[in-house]
Design a binder for this molecule. Sequence first.
Ligand SMILES: [Zn+2]
Length: 455
Amino acid sequence: MSAALMESRNNRLQGDSCDRDWIWEREIETASADDAFRLAASAWERQFRRLRESSAFYARKFREAGLGSSFVGLADLARIPFTTKDELRQAIDQDPPFGSNLCVEPNLVKRIYQTSGTTGSPNVLALTRGDMESWTVMGTRTYYATGIHEHSGVLSTFGAGPFVAGHTHFAILRIGARSVPVAPGDTERVVFGLRMGLADTLLATASFAQYLANRLEQSDEQPSAIPLTHVVTGGEPGGGIPAIRDHIQDVLGVTVTEVMGIGDVAPSLFGECPHQQGMHFCGMGHVWPELVDPQTGELMEIETGAVGELVYTALTREAMPVVRFRSADIVRIEGTSCDCERTTFRMRCIGRRDDMFKVRGVNVYPTAVLAVVGEFRPRVTGRARVIRPNGDVSVTPPVPIEVEVPASSASDAKLAAEIAEAIHTRLVFRSQITLVPEVEFGESGYKTRLTVNRS
Ligand SMILES: [Zn+2]
């Protein structure tokens, strides 16, 4: 095999010998930073006008920010204040069901999702046909980037609704892959579908993929013999944490890639390519991302190594566009180029801003705890959560941590002490480890709450 061919093989999943381009929209996904900016800036010009004319919510927000009648270009976006989740919730409460930020006639709303209500009560997300299309475009780039091609068979555990992850089905359809939809949490059908070889790719939360690997490890002599080659995790961090990723890959004999999005903006915005070096931004032309300091809100450069909160502006969204929306997702920028030739930045999510806790003034994200706990497999399952007494962000050590364990480890007297010691060595704080048997820890088909407030 020639060197060039070898190189191009690495841009695909192992065993994929198809000759289609491995980039869905090459011109856009490999554009220079200048070209990407120009594309976004012209979309923003139209969006800004639309917001002034059609969004009572943003017309007022712009007025209150003293923007007058002047146009604010994309380069000056920081002059516009942030939008928070709370404000969006209030906008809905003011004028239900769609709120004061609905920019179209209600009869143009053709699809409605609901938010998961991870924090607070559920909200509705309204889409026009145009919005459905732009979500599909971004989703298709995202899933194609992970290595899902026309010849793939995709078993998805993301339900069609009520959550935005259901929109994934449109992206899989657009790619032209085979689709095998299964309801979330229906482990029996997932196992059946995979054993029968109905699909070579699994879409699941990291929690579920982990659970599946643990389960097949126990029930099967050789779980890697199941004809599954690719697991795409989404909905929560985990697929990017080495201890978790390695475990799923080793047990199931697969490649793990991650995807990420956010309900209020787009369900699929980032997809990791087979080089496995973080998730590429895939929202070009439709969403403008910024990175800010989570504490001060100050703008940060999107450069390798930067850690900050993602802020999004919807450039083409018609029904419920957001401007400078604080995502609360804290990410680390892994790079701004890639061997796959995509020019969009790559990142890993290290947690939600509201999952963060402080130990003696130092910020800690629970994903750091997961990375340590995961190394104790198979004595642990890989799931854990931090308990914040009284909901306080500052936790006085020892930090209470619950670690999920298989029934066989529930009475492993040394395990808790060993984990506490490893956390002390690696994360430099003392912890109080409680081992919680699998049956008591809670549902693994969905996302796992990483921080829990308890009084
Ligand atoms: Zn790449």
